[in-house]
Ligand binder design. Structure first.
Ligand SMILES: Nc1ncnc2c1ncn2[C@@H]1O[C@H](COP(=O)(O)OP(=O)(O)OP(=O)(O)O)[C@@H](O)[C@H]1O
Ligand SMILES: [Mg+2]
Length: 248
């Protein structure tokens, strides 16, 4: 099962969700996390420092190396296809390639049999890299921050998903929306949750992930949240999605 974690809005917990969910899935079966963001936050967030000559997502997407040669293991148990800023020039280089929407899908073919679960951390844009992720994925998970303007970009994301379903990948499903950084006692969070439900009546809305400094701390420690803390209310929302994925 290949899941793209996408939202073109920045800082909504895409990368954190890939680490937390991926860490849980990796305890059940081989799980690969793909850093498809030139910021490389997933790579650093999993405690990996890329050497300048190391094979990364850039070499894979520009067809200079096989994905299998780029994958590294991390201390959280997740395997990682790492990235750094060179991926930004990769996105430009593939602009003129024929069939460039399907480059990632092709690159991943050799790794599919090794990894029952693959999560893709998308960049905060609806550019070619995100479209490649959506074209390759079985499902998309949409983290939405419980903040003012949270829903502003959602319409264009859903439009892009619709276009991908129509033209590139008929099998793409919306796994659901994951409200993040929720403060259960605030009007803001209540308001965002109510608006999401109203706007997307037929989409699964997962239990919100509470706002907690422990997520930043676990990111710094290079660990998924369940290895960093036993606090059930922080771990449970990700566990519920991991359970859903493993039962599909
Ligand atoms: N539930 C949470 N509570 C509080 N802080 C959180 C939570 N989840 C993530 N964060 C923090 O919010 C910040 C943004 O998270 P993250 O980097 O995962 O977002 P992103 O969507 O991947 O951002 P970008 O669009 O830049 O890639 C990070 O500092 C992270 O530690
Ligand atoms: Mg990110």
């Amino acid at each position: 099962m290949l899941i793209a974690v996408a939202n073109q809005k920045g800082g909504v917990a895409k990368t954190t969700s890939v680490i937390c969910l991926g860490g849980l899935l990796a305890e059940r079966a081989n799980c690969l996390a793909i850093d498809l963001d030139p910021q490389g936050n997933l790579t650093t967030g999993l405690g990996v420092e890329l050497a300048s000559d190391q094979i990364s997502c850039y070499d894979v997407i520009t067809e200079q190396a096989s994905a299998l040669d780029a994958i590294v293991s991390t201390r959280s148990g997740l395997s990682l296809l790492p990235a750094d800023i060179t991926l930004a020039s990769g996105e430009t280089e593939i602009l003129t390639k024929v069939g460039n929407f399907y480059l990632l899908k092709e690159c991943l073919e050799p790794v599919l049999s090794q990894f029952p679960y693959i999560l893709i951390d998308c960049p905060p844009s609806l550019g070619l890299l995100t479209v490649n992720a959506l074209a390759a994925a079985d499902a998309v998970l949409i983290p939405v921050q419980c903040q003012f303007f949270a829903l502003k970009g959602l319409a264009s994301l859903l439009e892009t998903i619709g276009s991908v379903q129509k033209r590139l990948n008929r099998n793409l499903q919306i796994l659901g929306v994951l409200p993040t950084m929720a403060e259960s006692n605030t009007l803001m969070t209540q308001d965002v949750l109510a608006s999401i439900k109203k706007r997307l009546p037929s989409v699964t809305i997962f239990d919100p992930v509470p706002k907690s400094i422990k997520f930043s701390e676990s990111n710094l420690a290079g660990e998924p949240i369940h290895l960093y803390t036993k606090e059930t209310k922080l771990v449970q929302p990700y566990k519920a999605i991991a359970n859903l994925i493993t039962n599909i």
